[in-house]
Design a protein around this ligand. Sequence first.
Ligand code: TRP
Ligand code: ZN
Length: 884
Amino acid sequence: MQAISEQKASAPIRLVDYRAPAWQVESVELDFDLGIDASELSARLLLRRDPGQDAPLRLDGENLQLLSIALDGTQLPATAYRYAGNVLEVDGARDGSVLETRVRLRPAANTALEGLYLSGPRETGFLLTQCEAEGFRHITFFPDRPDVQSRYTVTLRADRARFPVLLAGGNPDGAGELEGGRHWARFVDPHPKPSYLFALVAGHLEVIERDYVTADGRPVQLKIWAEADAIGRCHYAMDALERSMRWDEQAYGRNYDLDVFHVVATHDFNMGAMENKGLNIFNAKCLLADPDSTTDDEYRHVEAVVAHEYFHNWSGNRVTCRDWFQLSLKEGLTVFREQSFSADMNSASLKRIEDVALLRRAQFPEDAGPLAHPVRPAQYSEINNFYTATVYEKGSELVRMLAGALGQEGFRRGMDRYFDRNDGHAATLEDFLAALGEANDTDLTPYLAWYGQAGTPRLKARGHHDATRREYTLTLIQHPSGTAGTGARAPLPIPVKLALFARNGDMLPLHMDGQTSVCHELVVVLDQHERSFVFTGIADAPVASLLRGFSAPVILECDYMPDELALLLAHDVDGFNRWEAGQQLAARAYEELRDGSPGDSLHAWCDALQQLFGGTAVDDALLADLLTPPGEVELAERETAIDPQRIHDLRQDLQRRLAERLGADALRQRYNALAGHTSIALDASSQARRRLKRRVLELLNLLDNRGACELAAIQYRDAPGMTDRLAALALMVHGRAAQAEAALLDFRQRYAGNALALDKWFAVQAQLPGESALDRVLALEADPAFTLKNPNRVQALLGSFVRSNPSGFHRTDGAGYRLLAERLVALDALNPQVAARLATAFNGWQRLEPLRRASAREAIAGLEQHAGLSRNLAEIIGSVLGGH
Ligand code: TRP
Ligand code: ZN
């Protein structure tokens, strides 16, 4: 029987409609006969009925070809079940019934990369699965929801020559030969799990292995699998995995819980990676690393993603989500755990700067427009569209606030309680807050409000100094964002970490409202609309360093004078706030230029940076970040009639003025000093030198284009690793150097067989500023290495163009918008998840200047009219357009 596919627009799914499942699956046995074009599988489900409900047995199943169905050993007649609208309804099931189905799947024809699919060419590629969020229903009939948790026994059968490696989640439980050159392997997972954590992999793969013993004494075999040409690039990931496992034991007391831990790399993947129980699957770009093809930033990213997926074993797998509205329960928490790990492994303040910059670049714009949604959305149409910066990054910020409120020991106590109490269960955000609170005898429910409202709150701060009373009064006021939604006007608890600086740059001791204990930094929580805090014993007007470490995800508005920001930039020992003061000052300097009146902010910014550039107060990496003003996307966020070309030009002008202040000679000298001892070493100071060297050359390029490009050409030629090579290539391409085309050709040939390296070649060109980028993109689409079928290629070329090149994408003639709309239609037919994500680049069109706004609207409206869009893409287009 064939599925009757119904293309009707489905009604949104609402959190308030949640009902516990009427049927559980106690155990499931899956038997696969694997083949590239056709795979068949039998599923045997032991069913448990909730005695309190009497709903018929309904199972999810999408586009499944049902070959046979039996209940309690008896084949069912066609009258005893119905399969329509992606639901299989079966009559006659009782508590303890066993349902057996057999279906046929078509992996090679699956271009959506959801369910069972083929990675690589038909002849040599391998089979794998992706189930989160709702891919399991593309594999077999099942109650495909995370609050159904089952024990899995999985048997794989396949031709041995074509599929020498057979893997599934859980512990290995036998393997052997079959007739006709076939073989089998079985895996049993002792931990009940939701269906979205199921995974299998089958094909030609190489392996590297390491023995590990957990803190509680369990020997574990760590195995990383990749295709032959990639296995040599897995060693760094293995080290990162071991570091992650040790860290989770020490920081959270969490041990791994199976005898094997498999990790697999694939080039065909919709997202970064997936935490399937015992069988993590990674997009190759988040796993493979070697000095010749991987930049420093990418090395840190690999370490972070390996850690993220590993940490899910507790925050996500052992304790999972009751429903997809609770997604941030596992994602926000796991991002927070990863951020803490990365801070411990690398420079903590650089990590914080990087994460907050990402939040501002990706999450703030999302939260400020028609795609805004709470960290826990109230409804969705397509769950895959809710794997957003809000759920992940803002979700992590919320956990950070909770951790801050409890302190390190209290948070650990709360996490122990959370894991222990919810182990093996499907939990909610309320369960999380309750466990943290109860373990600390405190009520954290006020923080729930953060999970329920969209938008970035604004925090206004005013300081007043009374010289005669020697008092400093800090008044804090909060305002919800315009996208917060109705009924969201209750004040949020906003923790504000602060310090006060004297004019000589010293931190002042803090005496608040007669409290006796003295400290130099403290946290006040603004839990009402407005509140004032009085500090005594302050002789002269101080400068307040607020929201240190970015203690809450808000937009701070404070009436600093330029020299006050310059003081913080020069003296704040909180690396994040030092950077933040510089960003604020740079944004004001930018506004001065925009308004045609360069003044105090510009001077203060340049002066302070010149001081730091000549001194030794900050390390090379922080200096590089301090010398970088807010990006074009962030600057656009502050405006209403956005002209991306003008923003680009003004930002260039701003940087040119900074470069002038530093001076071409000083920049050249610094560059030469840094270039003197370049290497591929990954230690912090080597990475820092490369980072600063890149920044210094970029600034020099604004004063002496010829000279900088000559240095870049030499740097490109002599680069010992990818960080230096790519930086030099980007500088030449974006600086329109005479040497650029030769370097591009060289790079193209050098990395002809290395898709991940070629992605950087695509991205660099797609980010060429200005109108000419579009023709480049069109030409590059014809390169034989480009294909719409691979998500990484799409991201490298089209994603870089529409997301990381505002002045290129937002052409005044609207050609960028038309290109995106056309490609979205083609892409949607292949891979709806990737198309929907790319389409979010249209977000924010309402705030463009009128000319661009009109052509963007036209392109989006045309797309909306297109027949047969996927639910994924239709939902994004509908929201982006409709939120007018
Ligand atoms: N849970 C994964 C993670 O955060 C991400 C994920 C969700 C995913 N859906 C996916 C990965 C679909 C690949 C495809 O680590
Ligand atoms: Zn995750």
